[in-house]
Design a protein around this ligand. Structure first.
Ligand code: GDP
Ligand code: MG
Length: 603
């Protein structure tokens, strides 16, 4: 296939602006899938993607498109829109020459639109702005085009107005892809060189690597080497993704496809790695920044007897999601488990849900924490001057006496909102220790604000909070902004006098009292009454700073219902039975498994 007739592109957008729906239409027009009423987010294959209506894993599809009597090969890569998965977006982009930047005609530019735009812009890709959902009653494409011109400096005449749902102007999108995007400039006469931009694990066939060929060609039976590990493999199968695999004899420079080469572990096809012919070594491609875990949590089987089943589920799932970091861990109350690192809270919840749905595993996840750092001062710990450790488990918080300075991770947040909410948003941000860096109007009524935040202040529930106080209109995205010195301390939670390691958190000194009180109150709500009274305490060192009491279960609670409302009694019994399934003993106290996360959510 001549390289001049290849186009590699990605669809990027804020969540829900219609990437996956547009992908469906593009697949239909090009005949990759048959047109039916039922094609909904065809590329979202995972159950969690279907249930949550979000894309988690980027998918690839090769489309054949007729334009002016020529057939073009268009490689489409659908990407997730959520901030936690922007790592997937930057990966997809590296295999492309251009992007379709989708913006909802009603909502306009949102925080992730901005973040995704910059990913594409910095990669020097051609950007085609597409205004979607023009069929909506409240659509205002004109206003959105002005925003695009103002914020991204793209002439508004370049925007294409479409309805992905109805298919309006979708054919024009494909024409513009052919016309505006440059073909890849790779040469098939060069030595073979391919970028691994994704990899999947299949139980029967091993690793399936998604590759973009940056030079040469690859045939079945070739011997290839992965630059990272230097191991060599024979190519057993290769082909295009349509989106299902279509085996071919050869792949050529500029194409995107899959390769199966007897790799047993995803580590062998590391994302960002370069593949080359054993006989013709090449300079490896620059690769990617490794994904950086922003949220850590302990994960334990509900029942220790499920440990090995869970272990194999975690292993399989991390094979397909290399952005999760895994360390073995154990706790007194919960037994053997792991400490896992995720890109964000949604990523953690999705991982959890996939474990439960795809592997039928039942897990307890402990309170998430961000990676703090400590610079140690104790002479016996200093070998090469300044020594720094990263704290991913609050229970291993090093004592003050050993530490010169604690550091906390910071992020630069982007908030876009109608200006009616500015006052409220500013006070919420202040309350989260945010520092305003910038504020601009992107049109008559909408502002874009930049705030520097400590990551721990926004990681759990900031987005939900922002959404609810702005009636759903504000959007939020953030990026890594390094570390800053912070006055943080360890806070323990005690149930009936016994410290519960799994509930230990790291808090700001100024916030210790309010955080301790809030945690005790939320635990009081989360833990059901039991046969005995339970004291819930928060402590700094040996000093108790807050306390709540969970009164003993009154045995006659049910008795009271006799003769009264029978349905209420049934409800109570049912609730108790359901609750029991998801309970975990800590000492003698039964704690519901979701309490560990919920205790961190502010009301
Ligand atoms: P993604 O998160 O960007 O992949 O967005 P989806 O493709 O999943 O779409 C989000 C929601 O918007 C779905 O409910 C779609 O049916 C809806 N949607 C997508 N495109 C259009 C459109 O052109 N018009 C209307 N009215 N709804 C659309
Ligand atoms: Mg999607």
């Amino acid at each position: 296939f001549p390289v001049e007739r290849i186009r590699n592109f990605s669809i990027i957008a804020h969540i829900d602006h219609g990437k996956s729906t547009l992908a469906d239409r593009l697949l239909e027009i090009t005949g990759a899938i048959t047109k039916t009423q039922k094609n909904k987010q065809v590329l979202d294959k995972l159950q969690v993607e279907r249930e949550r209506g979000i894309t988690v894993k980027a998918q690839t599809a090769s489309l054949f498109y007729e334009y002016e009597n020529q057939t073009y090969l268009l490689n489409l890569i659908d990407t997730p829109g959520h901030v936690d998965f922007s790592y997937e977006v930057s990966r997809s982009i590296s295999a492309c020459q251009g992007v379709l930047l989708i913006v909802d005609a009603n909502q306009g530019i949102q925080a992730q639109t901005v973040a995704n735009f910059y990913l594409a812009f910095e990669a020097q890709l051609t950007i085609i702005p597409v205004i979607n959902k023009i069929d909506l009653k409240n659509a205002d494409p004109e206003r959105v085009e002005n925003q695009i011109e103002k914020v991204f400096d793209i002439p508004k005449e370049e925007c294409i107005r479409i309805s992905a749902k109805l298919g309006t102007n979708v054919d024009q999108v494909l024409q513009e892809v052919v016309k505006r995007l440059p073909p890849p400039t790779f040469n098939r006469e060069d030595p073979f060189k391919a970028l691994v931009f994704d990899s999947n694990f299949d139980q029967y066939r091993g690793v399936i690597a998604n590759v973009a060929l940056f030079g040469g060609c690859l045939s079945k039976g070739d011997r290839i080497v992965s630059a990272h590990l230097g191991k060599s493999y024979e190519v057993n199968e290769l082909g295009l993704l349509k989106p299902e695999e279509l085996p071919m004899e050869r792949l050529y420079a500029g194409q995107v496809g899959y390769v199966i080469a007897g790799m047993k572990e995803v580590k062998e096809a590391q994302i960002g790695d370069t593949l080359y012919h054993q006989k013709h070594p090449v300079e490896p491609l620059p690769g990617f920044k490794p994904a950086k875990a922003m949220v850590f949590a302990g994960m334990y089987p509900m029942d220790q007897s499920d440990y090995s089943t869970l272990r194999s589920a975690v292993e399989k799932l991390t094979l397909n999601d290399s952005s999760v970091t895994v360390q073995r861990d154990s706790s007194l109350a919960l037994g053997a488990g792991w400490r896992l690192g995720f890109l964000g809270l949604l990523h953690m919840e999705v991982f959890n849900q996939r474990l439960e749905q795809e592997y039928n595993a039942s897990v307890i996840v402990t309170a998430p924490t961000v990676p703090y750092k400590a610079i140690l001062s104790s002479p016996r710990l200093i070998k090469h001057g300044r020594e720094e450790i990263t704290i991913v488990n609050p229970a291993q918080f090093p004592d003050r006496s050993l530490v010169k300075e604690y550091l906390e991770p910071m992020v630069m947040g982007t908030i876009i909102s109608p200006d009616d909410y500015i006052g409220k948003i500013m006070s919420v941000c202040l309350n989260r220790r945010g520092i305003q860096k910038n504020m601009v109007y992107i049109d008559d009524h909408r502002v874009m604000m930049k705030y520097l935040f400590p990551l721990n202040e926004i990681v759990v529930d900031f987005y939900d909070h922002l959404k609810s106080m702005s009636s759903g209109y504000a959007s939020f995205d953030y990026e890594d902004a390094g570390y800053q010195a912070a006055d943080v301390i360890r806070m323990d939670i005690l149930l009936n006098g016994k410290p519960v390691e799994e509930l230990t958190t790291i808090v700001h000194r100024d916030r210790a009292y309010s955080a301790g009180k809030a945690m005790c109150e939320r635990l009081q709500d989360a833990i059901p009454r039991q046969m005995f009274e339970i004291a819930v305490q928060a402590a700094i060192g040996s000093k108790v700073i807050a306390r709540e009491t969970i009164k003993a279960f009154r045995k006659n609670v049910l008795a009271k219902c006799y003769g009264g409302d029978i349905t209420r009694k049934m409800k109570l019994l049912k609730k108790q039975a359901e609750g029991k399934k998801k309970m975990r003993y800590i000492g003698t106290v039964q704690v519901p498994k979701d309490a560990f996360i919920n205790v961190l959510k502010r009301k």
